[in-house]
Design a protein around this ligand. Structure first.
Ligand SMILES: Nc1nc2c(ncn2[C@@H]2O[C@H](COP(=O)(O)OP(=O)(O)OP(=O)(O)O)[C@@H](O)[C@H]2O)c(=O)[nH]1
Ligand SMILES: [Mg+2]
Length: 351
C-alpha cells in the first residue's frame, strides 16, 4: 500500500518524506524523479505493549511513501509535461497526501486556498479526460455492436462527467459495489482517498477556510510545521518527550498525518506479543482472522485453526496476559471472525 505525497513546488514534501522515512533526500532543490521509501506507523499502543512484555525487539507496522516531484502552477512553459508527470505517478498510489505551503520561507506570500484549488482542478481535469475518452469509445461501441458490453458503464461515466464538470471529486459520489468494481480499473485520481497537509510556520495555525474547503471535498486535514517535525525527529527520545511536554502536546503532529494516511488506506493494526517480539501488523479493515494470519505468514493462513484474541483495552485493563485469561478476556475466534483494530492475536495453526 502506497501513499503519494503531492503538491505544488517547494511546499515541504521532501522535508516531510524524510522525517517519515529517514530517507535523507536533499530538500529545497526539486528534482524530476519520484522516491519511494518505507515509513513506520507510530502507535502508542505498541509502546505500552513493549513496556508490558519487555520483548527483545519491537516492530512497527509500515507503509510505503512516494515523494512525487512538485508541479509548477501554470506548467504551460514546460509544455505541461511537469503536470503530466506528477499525475502519472499519482495514479499508481493508493492514497494521496497533498502538502500545502502556509509559510513564506522566501518563496513569496503563501496561497493555501489557491494551492488546494489548483490541485483539485488538475486532478479533476485529468479524470475528466479519461471519462470523456471512455464515453467516446462507448458511443462507438454502441454504434458498431448495437449495444455496449456493460450497460452500467455509460450512465456511470455520465454521472462521473457531471460530477467533475461541477468541480466535485469522484470520491464524493455514493458508488454501489458494481460501480466500485467498474471504476477500479481506471485509476481515477479524485477517487483516491486524500489527506491535505497544511504546512505552516512554527507556532502558526492552519487557515480555517482552507481546512473547511478541504473537508468539504472529502479530504482529511492535518496541520503541522515540517521544520519543527524535522527538529523533533533529530532529538533523542527523552529530549523529544520533554520538548513535547513543554509545548503541552502528546505527540508530534506528524504522527497524525501518518495515522490519517494509514486510515485512508483502509488499514488497521493488530498486534502479536511475546518475550521475543511485540509487533504491529497492518491489515485491511474488515479482514477475517485467516487473512490477518496470512499477513504474518502464508502457513498461518493455510493451516489456520483458531485465533486466540484479546482486545487491546482488555489486556491493558487486566495488566497481563495471565490476568486477562483469568478474567475471561481471551477469546477463541474462528475463520469468520472480523479482526478489530487493536486486537492482540495468537494464531493456532497446523500445516
Ligand atoms: N520556513 C519553513 N520552511 C520550510 C518548512 N518546511 C519546508 N521548508 C523549506 O522549504 C524548502 C522546500 O522544501 P522541500 O521539502 O524541498 O519542498 P518540496 O515540496 O519537496 O519541493 P519540490 O520537490 O521542489 O516540489 C526547503 O528549503 C525547506 O527547508 C517550514 O515548515 N517552514
Ligand atoms: Mg521535493
Amino acid at each position: 500500500m502506497q501513499i503519494g505525497i503531492i503538491g505544488v513546488k517547494f511546499t515541504g514534501k521532501t522535508t516531510l518524506f524524510n522525517v517519515i522515512t529517514g530517507a535523507g533526500l536533499p530538500t529545497g532543490q526539486g528534482g524530476v524523479d519520484p522516491h519511494l521509501a518505507v515509513g513506520r506507523v507510530p502507535d502508542p499502543r505498541l509502546d505500552r505493549l513493549t513496556d508490558m512484555f519487555h520483548p527483545k525487539r519491537t516492530v512497527h507496522a509500515t507503509v510505503e511513501w512516494v515523494d512525487i516531484p512538485g508541479f509548477q502552477v501554470g506548467a504551460a512553459a514546460d509544455g505541461g509535461r511537469e503536470a503530466t508527470r506528477f499525475l502519472e505517478h499519482g495514479r499508481k498510489v493508493d492514497a494521496l497526501a497533498q502538502v500545502i505551503r502556509c509559510f513564506d520561507g522566501g518563496y513569496g506570500a503563501p496561497d493555501p486556498a489557491g494551492e488546494l484549488e489548483t490541485m483539485a482542478l488538475e486532478l479533476a481535469l485529468a479524470d475528466l479526460q479519461i471519462v470523456e475518452n471512455r464515453l467516446e469509445r462507448l458511443t462507438k461501441e454502441k454504434t458498431r455492436m448495437g449495444k455496449v458490453a456493460n450497460p452500467l458503464e455509460p450512465p456511470m461515466m455520465e454521472r462521473f462527467r457531471d460530477q467533475l464538470e461541477n468541480d466535485r471529486p469522484l470520491r464524493d459520489l455514493d458508488l454501489n459495489p458494481d460501480e466500485i468494481k467498474l471504476s477500479a480499473g481506471y485509476t481515477f485520481l479524485t477517487l483516491k482517498p486524500m489527506i491535505v497537509v497544511l504546512n505552516h510556520e512554527e507556532g502558526a495555525e492552519a487557515p480555517v477556510e482552507v481546512v473547511a474547503a478541504a473537508k468539504a471535498a472529502g479530504a482529511e486535514t492535518v496541520a503541522l510545521c515540517a521544520r519543527v517535525e524535522e527538529e523533533l525527529a533529530e532529538l533523542d527520545p527523552a529530549d523529544a518527550a520533554e520538548f513535547l511536554a513543554d509545548m503541552g502536546i502528546a505527540e508530534p503532529a506528524l504522527y497524525q498525518m501518518i495515522r490519517a494516511s494509514y486510515g485512508a488506506l483502509d488499514l488497521q493494526s493488530f498486534f502479536t506479543v511475546g518475550e521475543d517480539e511485540c509487533r504491529a501488523w497492518a491489515v485491511r479493515k474488515g479482514a477475517v482472522a485467516p487473512v490477518a494470519a496470512g499477513v504474518i505468514h502464508s502457513d498461518l493462513q493455510r493451516g489456520f485453526i483458531r485465533a486466540e484474541t484479546t482486545a487491546y483495552d482488555d489486556l491493558i485493563a487486566a495488566g497481563s496476559m495471565a490476568a486477562a485469561k483469568k478474567a475471561n478476556k481471551v477469546r477463541l475466534e474462528g475463520k469468520g471472525y472480523e479482526v478489530q483494530d487493536g486486537d492482540i492475536l495468537e494464531i493456532r495453526f497446523s500445516v
